[in-house]
Design a protein around this ligand. Structure first.
Ligand code: SF4
Length: 121
């Protein structure tokens, strides 16, 4: 899913899955320092085990870690997680367990542009 998230130099459009979303969130947390993520000392963070974004990961445990992290972010209020308005957060599409596509960049946009150009020719 292509979404716009907060990167080191502002918003950037990226293809995300849960694995990459956690990696991006950890980079955000560590001021976009790969070294800081590697040396993270917060082993009580729900995302800790998944911070590298690679290697063998338990998909269910990772999805649960994201939900738990969002719950922590919203001070334990499930309804607030649902209402989260931070669509530029990498975890946003996965915050409720399933996939929220409301922040997805319209995949037909490019096609429409191509169609518009070809119509003009
Ligand atoms: S998606 Fe929302 S609730 Fe989850 S970590 Fe990001 S800002 Fe917090």
């Amino acid at each position: 899913m292509k979404v716009s998230i907060l990167g080191k130099n502002g918003l950037k459009a990226v293809y995300l899955n849960r694995r990459k979303a956690v990696r991006e969130k950890c980079l955000n947390c560590a001021g976009w320092s790969y070294k800081e993520v590697t040396n993270c000392e917060f082993d009580d963070c729900d995302l800790y085990l998944f911070r590298f974004g690679k290697g063998k990961q338990n998909a269910k445990a990772r999805a649960k870690a994201i939900r738990n992290y969002c719950l922590w972010c919203m001070n334990g209020q499930r309804s607030e997680v649902s209402k989260c308005a931070s669509s530029d957060c990498p975890l946003f599409p996965y915050r409720k367990g399933g996939i929220d596509r409301s922040a997805e960049i319209d995949p037909t946009q490019k096609k429409q542009h191509i169609e518009a150009v070809s119509e003009a020719i």
